[in-house]
Design a protein around this ligand. Structure first.
Ligand code: AHZ
Length: 329
């Protein structure tokens, strides 16, 4: 029996926490093996001669993945918040929003296969991640240990920060990460004064997005949402995506262009100026440096975490108003 995918409700209610249930009876499925499910890893020790995985039919694997993915596509086609880019700023934003508002559906769209952006290593591919105070508050918030160095703290490996914030975010039942998926345009609605309000995102598989030049037309998919948070990093092949699009659609006259490195001014500027740039679009992290002509900070990550904290605050300030506007059409 196939699951009722087509009848999944398209309400704005956030999905509830997943519950561990018995496997659905599926045609061709082998009976569930109960005993092995209860063994601990320690109990397996020395038992490898008699060891055997529970039986499976290949279609069960396919259905287990595709059923969930298509249900998620259906659920999140109408999202409350879309976060574009799962780098250090995007993940910090997602964490704060999901924690504050378990009632909201939050979709994260990440063009790479691996979420985390530039936060898997410190500078010049060294392991440690430096955060200037007071961003150590965010490390305590998500439970990442660090070493004190006076005005800054050091996480022993940047991957410890990124894997922890990613794990925390993915455990929220109201968050869905669509990775290997690129935002290739913004959904807009006229505001009546020549401007636009951002009302969602246009998506495609990243591999498809990368081949628009050498394949015939491959149309995209869409997600409606009253608020989009763009954290796609500084300019690059995929970076600064939303703000570059705002320029090409004449909603920003031009970009300020990220300036040279100055840790002291860069970090304060990014956090303080994280804001709604046009109605419905909040920009944070290094993407913002391209709008404002702010300095870069290089390998110090406190501003990315706190820009995420500020971005979440900015979302919640405008959410009700944008949602009301978004419901009109
Ligand atoms: O893959 C990108 C990365 O994971 C993703 N992304 C970019 N364009 C996208 C699009 N659709 C979906 N069109 C997209 N995803 O966005 C993420 C950006 O992460 P990041 O680490 O590059 O940005 P950040 O602002 O979170 O952190 C930047 C940290 C700094 S500072 C700095 C410097 O001063 O030189 N350099 C970096 C990397």
């Amino acid at each position: 029996m196939s699951p009722p995918i087509a009848t999944f409700p398209s309400t704005t209610e956030a999905p509830s926490a997943p519950t561990v249930t018995k496997a659905l009876p599926t045609k061709g499925a082998a009976p569930a093996v109960q005993g092995s499910m209860t063994k601990s890893v320690d109990e397996m020790a020395g038992q490898w001669e008699t060891f055997k995985f529970a039986p499976i039919r290949e279609s069960q694997v396919s259905r287990a993945m595709t059923r969930r993915y298509f249900k998620d596509l259906d659920t999140y086609a109408e999202s409350d918040i879309v976060i574009v880019g799962a780098g250090s700023c995007g993940l910090s934003t997602a964490y704060m929003l999901a924690k504050a508002r378990p009632d909201l559906k939050i979709a994260i769209i990440e063009s790479g296969v691996a979420p985390g952006g530039g936060a898997w290593l410190g500078g010049q591919l060294f392991s440690a991640m430096v955060m200037r105070r007071p961003a150590d508050a965010f490390l305590r918030e998500i439970g990442v240990p660090y070493e004190e160095e006076g005005d800054f703290v050091v996480v022993k490996h940047a991957a410890l920060f990124t894997s922890t914030v990613l794990a925390r975010v993915l455990q929220f039942p109201n968050v869905k990460l669509f990775n290997a998926t690129a935002v290739e345009d913004l959904i807009t609605r006229p505001t009546g004064d020549g401007g636009v309000r951002i009302a969602g995102v246009v998506t495609n598989w990243t591999l498809v997005s990368m081949h628009h030049d050498d394949q015939s037309c491959m149309d995209p998919n869409t997600i409606n949402a009253p608020v989009v948070v763009s954290t796609t990093g500084h300019d690059g092949p995929f970076g600064a995506f939303s703000v570059k699009r705002l320029v090409s659609m004449q909603q920003l006259s031009k970009l300020g262009g990220m300036r040279g490195l100055d840790m002291n001014s860069a970090e304060d500027a990014i956090v303080k100026r994280t804001r709604e740039v046009v109605p419905g679009l909040i920009v944070g992290g290094m993407e913002l440096s391209e709008v404002d002509g702010a300095n870069r900070m290089g390998p110090t990550f406190g501003a990315m975490a706190l820009s995420g904290v500020k971005a979440a605050e900015e979302v919640l300030k405008v959410f009700d108003a944008r949602k009301a506007e978004n419901e009109k059409f």
